[in-house]
Design a protein around this ligand. Structure first.
Ligand code: SF4
Length: 360
């Protein structure tokens, strides 16, 4: 629950704004004339003790709700999913979170003009009639961390039921699956968990669910007829990484039938250079940036290729031993690395998208 909610005057009576305000009975509320001005004033003031993660901003999205995933550098393969912007900022707190460097807005923000969102979704669906769309809400926040306030699943379900070619992937590190249980979802939703070693979860992912609880939540979803996904991202190279990640794969293998897994992605730690300073301010003791990194073609810092190849080879070997048929892909990796570790590489982003679409 947020400590304080700022709501933009022009949208405070929209149904979604009212719903959130009704659910946050203990939060103080302030109406503001302009979200943009509010954000600017907090950027300038650097208010002492202000923690953006405890403050919620309800405002209008004046930009687009639907965007292609920014993984567009042609040297790296991108799976071609579409981002649905429901808001920005995340109440969870990971030391490596890209949002620390990416967002200028310090508030957790929810866009409340949902009619506009729906209009855009419908227009897009009409435009690309018949094509499969994989939508994701987990780009600028955890997909389920605020579900108790947003009720987003109930909101989007009628659209998903009508538009059979659209599948929504909810990416999370939480276990907030209550609103999904018992739904007539018709395969339109895939819940996927970001997985890491217990050590990394405890030391670098504040506020997230422990590993075993994430896996138990995935089991409950499968029991309810859902397919699930897993993202081993970011893989972090630290003393003991091999044992750590091996036991995560073992836990998945013991608990999850491979036929219920749509896909597994793997990605190693990468970050824009400016992220490091922001992260050290909030995580002075973190050691995850104390390795040798090189700038990639997209400007992001990455482990040297031989380290990435070693980690990916081990991970794919363990995953293949669990099940040969798993669909494994890399997030933002070159064809060269695909080839070296998986023995093949999709020839283009379009081919990778096609392979992913076949998993639905
Ligand atoms: S869960 Fe994702 S969006 Fe939220 S803080 Fe962690 S990395 Fe960032």
């Amino acid at each position: 629950m947020p400590e304080k909610i700022f709501v933009e005057e022009s949208v405070k009576n929209l149904p979604f704004a009212r719903q959130v305000l009704e659910r946050c009975t203990g939060s103080s509320v302030e109406t503001v004339s302009s979200a943009r001005e509010l954000i600017r004033s907090f950027q300038k003031k650097r208010v002492a003790g202000f923690d953006g993660k405890k403050n919620l901003l309800l405002c209008q999205n004046r930009g687009r709700f639907l965007e292609p995933c920014p993984g567009t550098k042609k040297q790296y393969l991108c799976c071609g999913y579409a981002i649905l912007n429901t808001g920005t900022g995340c109440p969870l707190d990971c030391s490596y979170c890209v949002l620390q460097a990416y967002l200028n807005n310090p508030f957790i923000t929810l866009f409340v003009n949902r009619d506009d969102m729906m209009e855009e979704l419908e227009a897009n669906a009409a435009l690309i009639k018949g094509k499969i769309v994989r939508l994701g809400t987990g780009e600028f926040m955890d997909s389920l961390a605020l579900e108790h306030l947003t009720g987003f699943i109930a909101f989007i379900m009628p659209f998903l039921r009508k538009r059979k070619q659209t599948v929504l992937e909810l990416k999370t590190k939480t276990i907030h699956i209550e609103n999904l249980l018992g739904l007539d979802h018709g395969g339109a939703i895939i819940v996927s968990w970001s997985l890491n070693t217990e050590e990394i979860i405890q030391s670098q992912e504040r506020g997230t669910a422990p590993l075993k609880r994430r896996i138990s939540a995935a089991c409950r979803m499968i029991g309810d007829g859902y397919r699930v996904g897993f993202h081993f991202d970011p893989l972090i190279f630290y003393p003991g990484w091999e044992d750590g990640y091996r036991s995560v794969v073992d836990l998945v293998a013991e608990s999850i039938p491979p036929s219920s897994i749509s896909w597994i992605s793997i990605g190693s730690l990468r970050y824009m250079p400016q992220l490091k300073n922001s992260a050290y301010k909030r995580w002075p003791d973190t050691r995850i940036f104390s390795q040798e990194f090189i700038p990639g073609l997209d400007g992001k810092m990455r482990y040297m290729q031989d380290i990435r190849v070693e980690m990916y080879s081990k991970m794919t070997g363990w995953l293949r031993a669990y099940s040969e048929g798993l669909f494994i892909y890399y997030c933002m990796e070159s064809m060269d690395v695909w080839d070296k570790t998986l023995g093949f590489a999709p020839s283009s982003n379009a081919e990778l998208k096609k392979l992913m679409d076949q998993r639905l």
